[in-house]
Ligand binder design. Structure first.
Ligand SMILES: [Zn+2]
Ligand SMILES: [Zn+2]
Length: 178
């Protein structure tokens, strides 16, 4: 998996939003999730599975009739994922029902997806450090739509960063047990 290089606005680099860090790889700066939680404050980043050499975001998921864990790349805008189950035969736009792997609280929320060809009304919400800071992701598998909500950073800048997508879709499967 190669990370495509997309410029992060300089002003954003100087005001890295809570829960993120800048990671420099191959002379390029990437925005990487550094702390992210369920609504009860459980840390979702795990060291045991690394993607692009960074801890991944672990979720308990049910997708169609499969149940297991999913690991998401912590590089902002990357959609690389690993599964503890074989993700074949699952529809491209299947609904991902996510729970916190620690307390099992549902992470689902209403979401109006504006991605072309996706009419999802369901999303997954992640909590960043700070009372009002969140990441909202479309709950349809392989839909790249995601939104950052950060108080104290100008909203047009937040919108710019919300639209960063390093690459479209990426699914890998892991057959290991987690
Ligand atoms: Zn939790
Ligand atoms: Zn969507």
């Amino acid at each position: 998996m190669n990370l495509e290089k997309i410029e992060i606005p300089e002003i954003f680099k100087r005001n890295v939003p809570p829960g993120f860090k800048i990671s420099r790889r191959n002379d390029h700066d990437f925005l990487v999730v550094d702390s992210i939680f369920c609504r009860h404050g459980h840390n979702l980043l795990v060291e045991s599975v690394r993607i692009h050499e960074e801890p991944s975001i672990k979720l308990d998921v049910t997708i169609e009739n499969r149940h297991g864990v999913m690991f998401i790349d912590s590089y902002w805008g990357s959609h690389a994922k690993l599964f503890s189950f074989f993700p074949g035969f699952i529809h491209d736009h299947a609904l991902v029902k996510a729970r916190c792997p620690q307390c099992r609280v549902s992470m689902m929320e209403p979401y109006e997806c504006d991605e072309e060809g996706c009419s999802s009304d369901t999303g997954i919400v992640f909590y960043l450090p700070g009372e009002h800071n969140r990441v909202h992701v479309c709950a349809k598998l392989n839909c790249p739509s995601h939104r950052l909500e950060v108080i104290d950073i100008p909203s047009d800048l937040v919108r710019t960063v919300s639209h960063i997508n390093f690459f479209g879709e990426g699914i890998d499967d892991l057959f290991g047990d987690f």
